[in-house]
Ligand binder design. Structure first.
Ligand code: ATR
Length: 286
């Protein structure tokens, strides 16, 4: 394994505010080192109102591109010249690629990450196995709706503020907004539940799901990875459901991002999940 950063190094990074919690620099720089690339992946934290200026400065700088995290995913899409279907449908981009003439291409690899997480941790589960209940209609929830409907799933969208779920559901075929009072009904016959709310983030208040209504073969996924075993996932595991965690999604979106930024697939010889777990102070649950 060689690490070399020369004057000709490929430069990319992640931009967010705050960005210090991001695991992306660890993941991408680990892959860079394992692949022996002359490259570097840097965290950037412009002021919350300074994203446009930041991007304008970088687009012709030779930087290859950026992963984008909160709160810049929507504005990232607006600044792009072109965008892939996933980014357009989500109204948000988690990846900007800078072309040789300063043109900006927006992509959204979060959906790929979500489906990759299911494939890895709940093998055999299929998006068309039955309705998927998505909890949360913010940016993360909308992203999940996009990924799941594009993969052929029927989605029941439940949000604390029902009006928000109605607005999101309105824009998609195959998505029904269900009031939170009808949650037990929405969970009936579900093939999967995806938590895309921020409830439970950092170990705070978690959602209390009426699990009795959930079919035993359903898969429970939480996009939150801090803590890795959220109270929701703990409850689901205690009841015997298969679970999928947010770290699998994070690594899942990083793979196509790395490929787009550096032109090669990340080497699978190195276990970035194990490194991320160590950084999070977590251990593997399986
Ligand atoms: P993000 O872009 O990460 O999705 P967001 O747009 O702020 O963030 O959305 C947060 C989501 O978590 C929303 O769906 C929010 O519900 P509301 O639309 O009703 O605000 C949901 N959420 C946050 N805390 C919650 C809680 N304690 N219980 C239920 N839902 C919660």
């Amino acid at each position: 394994m060689t690490t070399m950063v020369s004057g000709a190094a490929m430069v990319a990074g992640v931009v967010g505010a705050p960005v210090r919690h991001s695991l992306s620099p660890l993941i991408h720089n680990t892959w860079i080192a394992a692949a022996g690339l002359d490259a570097v992946y840097t965290p950037f934290e412009p002021p919350a109102d300074g994203f446009e200026t930041f991007v304008a400065g970088l687009r012709r700088s030779g930087v290859r591109g950026l992963n984008v995290t909160l709160p810049f995913k929507e504005i990232a899409l607006r600044l792009a010249d072109t965008a892939d279907t996933a980014a357009r449908a989500a109204g948000a981009a988690n990846l900007l690629l800078f072309g040789p003439d300063g043109e900006i291409e927006a992509r959204n690899t979060d959906g790929i990450g979500l489906l990759a997480a299911f494939a890895r941790q709940a093998p055999g589960w299929r998006p068309d196995a039955g309705p998927v209940v998505v909890l949360g209609a913010g940016g993360a929830g909308k992203g999940a709706v996009v990924a799941l409907t594009m993969a052929g799933a029927e989605v029941r969208l439940v949000n604390r503020t029902h009006a928000r779920a109605l607005t999101v559901a309105d824009g998609f075929e195959g998505v029904t907004a269900c009031p939170i009072e009808d949650l037990a009904k929405a969970l009936g016959g579900a093939s999967a539940i995806v938590n895309a709310t921020s409830a439970g983030f950092g170990g705070g208040d978690s959602l209390d799901l009426p699990f009795d209504a959930v079919p035993p073969e359903a898969v429970v996924m939480d996009m939150i990875y801090k803590p890795l075993r959220t109270p929701l996932l703990q409850q689901a595991q205690a009841r015997g459901f298969r679970t999928v965690d947010g770290l699998a999604m994070l690594v899942g979106q990083a793979i196509p991002s790395f490929e787009a930024l550096f032109g090669v697939a990340p080497p699978m010889s190195v276990d970035v999940r194990a490194l991320a777990l160590k950084t999070l102070g977590e251990t593997e649950r399986r």
